[in-house]
Design a protein around this ligand. Structure first.
Ligand code: NAP
Length: 376
């Protein structure tokens, strides 16, 4: 199907003539992640942007007047009118790029009204009934969404079917988990020690002030280390009788903020059950592919992990945009005198870590027949 960027503006999800793509609503469309979702939808082969929402501050404004000035929008998207989170939305599929506090309120409400919410927010990632998905790693966990019926209670009126919440990981975990998964499968993973060097855009807009960050490294990001330590266990866990049995894995994380615009770098050392050489680990990463069910999704790179040989790679400026920000770069793979192996990981926090990750989850949901052309 050919993307058609002349879809009609927000509030009217009817497609322009000939555009048979599935309508999608984006919540938090004015934000750092939300604007990237809008851009991704402009060229998407399966989905088209139909509705845009943000906070009450933005209600009634044009999208172009509320996004960062460096975001390029199509002429149609620029003129879309923002609605509040009250909607009501006609798209079945809702992509959420809201802060966790707002997501905690509205996402269950939308799920109860029958929307499939694919969320970037952390609000429900740790919820035992909500899947936390990286399609290349644990696409089978999406089945959990089928057991959410009756879980979400709407304000007034009965819950409608077809609703649910699906989440993607924290932006540092989104790069780390796919690198850990093939190591775990091939050699068994016991312990991980990771120090992150996280980009400014990971904090959203307006983010940390320049005077705090230029010529500096901030050695703490609130709540981040807890997420990096918990989320890989859920993603690498097994789905047993509809519930996740977490992977027996210990992660120790130190998260820092560095003056880089986009791209999270992570220094990782791993202790494995079985000894692995640098060449063996490299071969495992290079051979890693999405399972059949998640292969060939429009936003998924054919080769999710790229191993670089140069001593001074990966670097954020040079390597973050590989495969439209969806390929993860690994470099400086070497034996570790404390654990088994050590290496660096780089991924684009706004693409592999957020907008691209949510899009990939939405595509997995569509490929598995869970997305409807409109709210039923
Ligand atoms: P952001 O730049 O601050 O954007 C937040 C968006 O949410 C804006 O559209 C904003 O609308 C809207 N919003 C804020 N408060 C709201 C409220 N009370 N009710 C309704 N809408 C509200 O944040 P971001 O970096 O895009 O992050 C969005 C979500 O993705 C967060 O949950 C974040 O943790 C997660 N995430 C971010 C990254 C990253 O690298 N940045 C990576 C992974 C996950 P207004 O313009 O109207 O204020």
């Amino acid at each position: 199907m050919t993307p058609d960027s002349s879809s009609s503006p927000a509030g009217d999800p009817s497609p322009s003539a000939g555009d048979r793509r599935i309508p999608v609503a984006v919540l938090g469309a004015t934000g750092t992640v939300g604007a990237r979702l809008v851009q991704r939808l402009e060229r998407h082969p399966w989905f088209r942007l139909a509705e845009v929402a943000a906070s009450e501050r933005s209600e009634g404004a044009r999208l172009r007047d509320r996004v960062s000035p460096d975001i390029e929008l199509s002429a149609v998207d620029a003129e879309r009118t923002l609605v509040s989170l009250d909607g009501p939305f006609r798209s079945h599929l809702v992509l959420s790029a809201l802060p966790a506090s707002a997501a905690r309120e509205i996402e269950p409400e939308l799920a109860a009204r029958g929307h499939l919410v694919v969320s970037n927010a952390s609000a429900f990632r740790a919820d035992p009934g909500v899947p936390l998905i990286v399609p290349e790693v644990n696409p089978d966990h999406l089945d959990m969404v089928d057991h959410q019926a009756g879980r979400w209670t709407p304000t007034g009126g009965p819950a409608r079917d077809g609703g649910g919440i699906v989440t993607n990981p924290n932006c540092a975990v989104a790069g780390l988990a796919p690198v850990l998964a093939p190591l775990d499968a091939a050699f068994g993973l016991r312990r991980v020690v990771v120090t992150t060097f996280q980009a400014i855009s990971g904090a959203g807009r307006p983010g940390p002030s320049a005077i705090d960050l230029v010529d500096n490294v901030v050695p703490w990001i609130g709540g981040e280390e807890e997420k990096i330590e918990a989320e890989p266990r859920k993603i690498l866990g097994r789905l047993v009788d509809g519930a996740i049995e977490g992977a027996s894995l210990t992660v120790s994380a130190t998260a820092t903020r560095v003056p880089v615009l986009h791209g999270h770098l992570e220094a990782v050392s791993v202790e494995l059950d079985r000894t692995a050489t640098v060449d063996e680990a490299t071969a495992v990463w290079r051979a890693f592919r999405a399972p059949e069910v998640a292969r060939g999704l429009p936003s998924g790179p054919e080769q999710p992990i790229v191993v670089l040989e140069q001593d001074d790679r990966p670097q954020p400026r040079l390597d973050r945009d590989r495969a439209e920000g969806m390929a993860i770069s690994v470099g400086r793979v070497r034996p570790c005198p404390v654990h088994t192996l050590r290496f660096l990981v780089l991924s684009h926090n706004l693409e592999r870590g957020a907008a691209g990750a949510a899009m990939l989850n939405a595509e997995l949901a569509q490929a598995s027949g869970r997305v409807r052309p409109a709210l039923g």
